[in-house]
Design a protein around this ligand. Structure first.
Ligand SMILES: [Zn+2]
Length: 266
């Protein structure tokens, strides 16, 4: 957007807009009235008004440069209402951890059983067959359960990755699981592999493909035809796995989203 009206040369903002000294995120009523998932961020370094989707928090930030009128921002947000709604509705539906929530865990459907007991001193989580039993004093077990899944992921991924590395006579110097947002895996020059723990919620072929992909990087640190040939060779079902990650990979971020995000984006 060019030629935005300059209201004042002073560094203070017009009434209704936050102080510019910090890059704070605010929720002004006039903006939330346009869409409840909108947040305002005034940024001294921003050169134009822009909308930025935060898929993790299921919000859209209206980033604005200094000295811009509320009316201009209001009009901008109004004229992009369709874009905001479309982007948010394209996000995967959150799957918060509740009693009886079903989750696809490494290819099998498992059910959560949450027993809330305020007299308990600690939280206990155990996986038995296709059920996960959680006895807890906590109202929200998201963080605790994610830690459990992270450990589970590491135990599950390690032998799979080691086996593939052995097949090509390479060594994995370290395997880590993380809560990555944009990359499902990475492989360093030093032989360290990092994987998103959320891959445990992907179909086995997709999970296997990502592991094969990172292990193949132990030989080829590029995406050359040699790399892809090796990756396909190391995968159980290369094309199914690759396609699933491309089209549905983002849905893995929906697991363990707290209800808070879904209600705010509604
Ligand atoms: Zn790669």
């Amino acid at each position: 957007m060019k030629n935005l009206p300059l209201l004042s040369r002073k560094t203070t903002n017009p009434p209704g807009l936050p102080d510019l000294r910090d890059k704070v995120e605010t929720t002004p009523d006039w903006l939330v009235a346009i869409h409840p998932a909108l947040r305002l961020v005034m940024n001294k370094r921003a050169r134009r008004v822009a909308l930025r989707l935060d898929p993790d928090r299921r919000i859209v930030r209206l980033v604005a440069p200094p000295r811009i009128s509320q009316k201009t921002l209001q009009n901008f947000a109004l004229s992009h209402h369709g874009w905001v709604a479309e982007k948010l509705s394209a996000l995967p539906v959150p799957v918060p951890y509740h009693d009886r929530t079903q989750l696809p865990l490494c290819g099998r459907d498992i059910t959560l059983h949450i027993n809330l007991d305020k007299t308990l001193k600690r939280t206990n989580i155990s996986l038995k067959n296709n059920d996960i039993f959680i006895s807890t004093y906590m109202d929200d077990v998201t963080g605790r359960l994610n830690r459990f899944f992270k450990r589970y992921a590491l135990e599950h991924f390690t032998p799979l990755a080691q086996d593939k590395a052995t097949r090509i006579s390479r060594a994995i110097t370290g395997l880590q699981v993380k809560d990555t947002k944009t990359r499902w895996g990475s492989c360093g020059h030093d032989g360290r592999i990092c994987l998103s723990w959320r891959l445990i919620f992907a179909p086995p072929a997709a999970m296997d493909y990502v592991i094969a992909h990172e292990v193949a990087h132990l030989v080829h640190m590029d995406h050359s035809p040699y790399f892809w040939a090796l990756c396909a060779d190391l995968s159980d079902d290369f094309s199914t796995g690759k396609k699933w990650m491309k089209h549905h990979g983002h849905s893995l971020l929906a697991y363990g989203c707290s209800d808070d995000f879904s209600t705010r984006a509604a």
